[in-house]
Write a protein that binds this ligand. Sequence first.
Ligand code: AMP
Length: 281
Amino acid sequence: MTRVLTTRAALRAALADAPRPVGLVPTMGWLHEGHRALMRRARAENATTVTTIFVNPRQFDDASDYTRYPRATEADLAACADEGVDIVWLPSVEEVYPPGFDTTVRVGAVAKPLEGAARPGHFEGVATVVATLFALVGAEQAYFGQKDAQQVLVITRMAADLALPTRVIPCPTVREPDGLALSSRNVHLSSTERAAAPVLHRALSAARAAFEEGEREGEVLRGLMMEVLATEPLAQVEYASCADALTLRELQRIEGPALLSVAVVLGTTRLIDNELVGVPR
Ligand code: AMP
């Protein structure tokens, strides 16, 4: 039985006597197979699974992006029930941020480049809501998608620095058969934009292939990704990065684990994707 709760008090009460360990899957809803994979993993590794569905206004740097973010509560609750989630927390904005809420969690260097540079305030919003969720749920484990690789690094840094007792577990990116990473935002793509969208994965795959053939120069790999992205006239490229996988500093030369990542705007929809190289797959 999936219990759907909306208040902080009800969530705390439900968790007081919940079987341990507890696994947490934070989401913004419009749930797809990527979210479901996180829920399945949480369920396999924990006695109680909690999913939160909350479109967090503080992590949107653009007000219209927030208002048009897709929402589908009924279908989301059905997906959670289908995956055997024990508790769904579906709070209002006021429940997460009650009147007087006046704290911001800001992570340092790892939150600055890439998404942090492109979306001012985004990671403050993410870190603040995730810290709140970690405190409310007190889970042993929390599951996050590697699709948002920088988010995983930011949250891992925050949890370590603030001694939060929840372990952050990164999970692989789930893709469409043509390589496009699943994302709630994909619903906004027109059919021509949808046809163009796999170019992100093509660019990353080309760079990965070059890496596997021995290419180690960051500039060459960035250039290769830009070249592939340029084959798609609809794609406006924001960045193509080859960075240290832990610090996210841009690399001249790859000598350890590296994160290849791209951000592209198609029409009015902004898409991101990444590939880790230099680590066992
Ligand atoms: P969101 O609802 O977009 O905030 O995402 C909630 C969680 O699902 C985050 O940890 C995301 O990284 C993760 N996620 C989103 N898309 C995917 C995907 N295609 N594969 C795996 N995880 C994903």
